[in-house]
Design a protein around this ligand. Structure first.
Ligand SMILES: Cc1cc2nc3c(=O)[nH]c(=O)nc-3n(C[C@H](O)[C@H](O)[C@H](O)COP(=O)(O)OP(=O)(O)OC[C@H]3O[C@@H](n4cnc5c(N)ncnc54)[C@H](O)[C@@H]3O)c2cc1C
Length: 803
């Protein structure tokens, strides 16, 4: 078949991701689709994958994606006539420690709430389902009957056939060597055989996606690691319907293949594959055996399945696969280039997930908007600095190993840190700050008192809670200082800036100069693309303050909605200002000691801002509090931050000022019922569902994105409802992500949880879905699934209940 000169959509890469995207585009009616592969289909990573296909993912939308994939794989052969090797053999996930069993129980209750059939079973039953298993040291297991396995190459060929049958052109042996662009849009590709123009380009280039992205200035932060499994000869008792088995404590997995076993895993310290660029000729190739690297997995496997001690190993397969900085894959339209989409970085789960991911990509491409809340995998979660190859390589060494590792609540990634630091970093470190990382920023989570033993990870009440309670006490009773420099800060300027904002924001933002407004930016479905505060600094200048993780996403959302005819320009000024929040009843007294300006409530009303003196510096003070109660946010030029901090600390000593961190901040905002984007609010939640209808002005003169959807939703029963959930007992410590049930029926999940001094117990926020949301009244008894134990709590519309 000759290379055409034009195709509406070009897909680069003929692995499972490219073929699934092509399949789904054709299923949705796109006929003019061209898939280009530099070698033969599957020749990259797909051909040598093990082929385990599981459906349990930690969040609802991702689980739905995986479940869809399984449904597709089970019927694809009937559609295309090409075998996929799909077998619904089920999977057994075992636990060798009590903590792992607790985690599995939590996963099971969440999975059930997402609609997955899963059974918590004892060690003996695990042994019956998987007779090769050593069970005497097991705590128990999960049995997921709907899981299975497939032959990755056959499955991909079957997807490609389905796509071809509906008109997709698939051309092999064509390497794309360049990307054509015009006016910030992808418009075609360059190949040795000629240029091909297109309207939409999709980068499905697997581990080549980063270097291919670079051709067009698109950041696809992934990096390859060597990845291993063994293949054995036939073993007695191993049959085609033997379940898939995972032993995460041993970091290993198993699958039957031709009467023998495929056993692989995720060693604690992975081996990045430092080849840059990866040659286009790396086709149907493998890397050399490395038994030293595989040794911890082999030892664990011989322990868990003693038959491996004597089984003949036919080969140790070592194939590279790409991993991302947070272990999640990369989907969506690139923020750097319109009409350029990416589906890559599958972190060793591409076979299981490409079926669903291909559908999401097709919906995204055709619909022009993410089809739901895909923030966990959205390419816009990455900032440009994440292209750094040293950081990527070190992080890949870590994230591969985390695949099966015990993930403790609030556990932080360790590599490629510290990177972005506030001017206070060293000062806070000296004062015992325990740092976490968000979007590369080091942020104090809490402060450990001098001489205190370090906090260790666990599932119960954390050691740091006592330290955090002191920070909370200072916030509620005196004054605490939070370094929130990591906030994303965007400056929107120009004659038409106000028109742009009015169109993007659901609240009235045409406010007097110096006023601050809390508002949502909504998508066409009425869901939150972001929530933000805006300070009008001049009639044509607005400082937009959003969450630390959302810089790229919000910049992109605003920039893409500025019409070329409009005079409005958005700039990321995050690194120009720090934000020091002084919170608590003595905050005003503190500022009075360092500033001659009048900050009385009459002079500076809530949600207003003003330039003031602090020490020798000039800062912008905003009367605003996220934690609830009185407080001020100070926007400080970055070079004066140290000075302002020291002045505040010296003046605050007598007032009992205390440094406080993000654990306290988060817990207090939950107690105060404040929502956080990415937790309680996101693209799938409307302001009505989130209880934030007050921040929407449906009657403002300007039309805004999402208004039509909200008008439609107004007066309709809510699909879900956000509630505060207060645990009955102080003895239980919840973390967020737990399933909620009423009378044994799953009704939703907790999105965030923190310790509340006011309740003397943990308080959470979470959605109750469907009919249960309509039946709920304040004080309804609910159960929280805490590591498998039903813990009693009460759900409230607002908490504390209004008298
Ligand atoms: C040892 C091992 C075991 C695994 N086991 C499992 C498993 O059990 N379950 C599971 O779900 N996943 C597993 N995986 C992961 C899975 O294999 C990958 O996630 C998946 O194959 C990635 O598919 P892809 O389409 O993104 O990439 P690829 O299959 O690599 O496809 C990308 C294609 O793009 C082509 N390409 C690149 N650049 C260009 C260009 N410039 N022009 C034209 N073409 C280009 C390449 O030639 C390649 O064919 C495993 C991986 C490994 C290494």
């Amino acid at each position: 078949m000759a290379l055409p000169t034009h195709a509406r959509i070009i897909i680069v890469g003929g692995g499972i991701a490219g073929c699934s995207t092509a399949y789904h585009l054709s299923l949705m009616g796109e006929r003019d689709v061209l898939l280009l592969e530099q070698g033969k289909l599957t020749c990259g990573t797909t051909w040598h994958a093990a082929g385990l296909v599981g459906q349990m993912r930690p969040i609802r939308n991702m689980t739905q994606m995986s479940r869809y994939g399984i449904g597709l794989y089970s019927k694809l052969e009937a559609e295309t006539g090409l075998a996929t090797g799909w077998k619904q053999c089920g999977s057994v996930n075992v636990a060798a420690t009590p903590e792992r069993m607790q985690v599995l129980r939590k996963q099971a209750s969440l999975a059930r709430s997402f609609g997955v059939e899963v059974e918590v079973i004892g060690a003996q039953r695990a042994g019956e389902l998987y007779p090769l298993l050593r069970t005497d040291d097991l705590e128990g297991a999960l049995w997921i009957p709907g899981d299975g396995k497939a032959n990755p190459a056959d499955l991909t060929m079957s997807l490609a056939k389905g796509a071809r049958n509906r008109g997709v052109k698939v051309l092999e042996d064509i390497e794309v060597t360049g990307v054509l662009t015009e006016n910030g849009r992808a418009t075609g590709v360059r190949t040795a055989q000629g240029d091909v123009r297109c309207e939409i380009l999709v980068n499905c280039a697997g581990q080549w996606a980063r270097q291919f992205g670079r051709l067009a200035g698109v950041n696809v932060p992934l990096y390859s690691a060597e990845h291993f499994y063994i293949v054995t000869d036939r073993i007695e008792g191993v049959h085609p319907m033997l379940p898939v088995m995972r032993d995460p404590d041993g970091r290993i997995y198993y699958k039957e293949e031709v009467g023998g076993l495929v056993m692989g895993g995720f060693e604690p310290q992975a081996k990045p594959w430092k080849v840059d660029p990866i040659p286009s000729t790396f086709q149907f190739q493998l890397l050399g055996e490395d038994w030293d690297q595989f040794e911890p997995l082999m030892t664990a496997a011989i322990h868990r399945t003693p038959c491996l001690e004597t089984a003949r190993v036919k080969m140790l397969l070592n194939g590279p696969e790409s991993f991302t900085p947070d272990g999640n894959f990369i989907l969506g339209e690139a923020p750097e280039l319109r009409h350029y989409f990416v589906a890559a970085g599958f972190n060793s789960a591409g076979i299981a997930n490409a079926g669903g991911a291909g559908r999401l990509m097709a919906e995204w491409i055709i619909g022009g908007e993410a089809p739901g809340d895909l923030w966990d995998v959205d390419i816009r979660r990455f900032a440009p600095f994440m292209a750094n190859r040293k950081a990527l390589s070190e992080r890949t060494g870590e994230t591969l190993g985390l695949h099966y590792a015990m993930r403790w609540p609030r556990q932080e990634l360790e590599t490629a840190r510290p990177l972005r630091t506030s001017p206070l970093y060293d000062l806070l470190a000296d004062k015992g700050a325990v740092f976490g990382s968000k979007n590369g920023w080091e942020r104090a989570n809490c402060f450990s008192p001098a001489g205190a033993p370090p906090a260790v990870h666990g599932l119960g009440r954390p050691r740091w809670l006592d330290w955090v309670i002191e920070e909370q006490r200072a916030t509620r009773e005196a004054v605490a200082l939070y370094d929130q420099t990591s906030f994303s800060k965007l400056l929107l300027q120009g004659r038409d800036a106000i028109d742009v904002l009015q169109r993007l924001c659901a609240n009235e933002v045409d406010v007097p100069v110096d006023k601050m407004v809390y508002t949502a930016m909504l998508n066409e479905r009425g869901g939150f693309e972001s929530d933000l505060t805006i300070i009008r600094q001049a009639h044509d200048r607005f400082l937009i303050v959003t969450g630390s993780a959302q810089t790229t996403r919000d910049m992109n959302w605003i920039a893409r909605h500025i019409d070329p005819s409009e005079h409005a320009f958005v700039t990321d000024v995050s690194a120009m200002f720090s934000v020091l929040s002084v919170m608590g009843p003595k905050a005003r007294e503190l500022l009075a000691r360092v500033s001659p300006d009048d900050l009385s409530p009459e002079s500076l009303k809530f949600s207003h801002t003003r330039e003031i003196d602090v020490g020798f510096a000039r800062v912008r003070a905003a009367r605003m509090s996220y934690v609830g109660g009185p407080g001020f946010e100070l926007y400080v030029p970055i070079e004066m931050t140290r000075h302002v901090y020291l002045a505040l600390m010296a003046a605050g000593e007598e007032l009992g000022i205390r440094d406080a961190g993000y654990y306290a901040l988060d817990a207090l905002r939950i107690e105060a019922g404040r929502r956080a984007w990415g937790a309680e609010i996101g693209p799938d939640e409307t302001p009505f569902e989130a209880g934030l209808g007050h921040a929407v002005k449906l009657d403002k003169p300007a039309d805004f994105i999402g208004k039509a959807a909200l008008l439609k939703a107004q007066g309709q029963p809510l699909r879900k409802k956000l509630v505060s959930v207060v645990l009955d007992s102080a003895a239980h410590h919840a973390w967020g992500g737990e399933a909620l049930s009423i009378d044994g029926e799953p009704v939703g999940e907790l999105s965030s949880v923190g310790w509340s001094p006011k309740a003397g117990a943990c308080v959470g926020l979470g959605y109750v879905r469907g009919d249960a949301a309509l039946r709920l009244h304040s004080g309804t008894h609910v159960a929280i699934d805490l590591w498998g134990e039903a813990v009693s709590a009460a759900a409230w519309d607002t908490w504390p209940p209004r008298p």
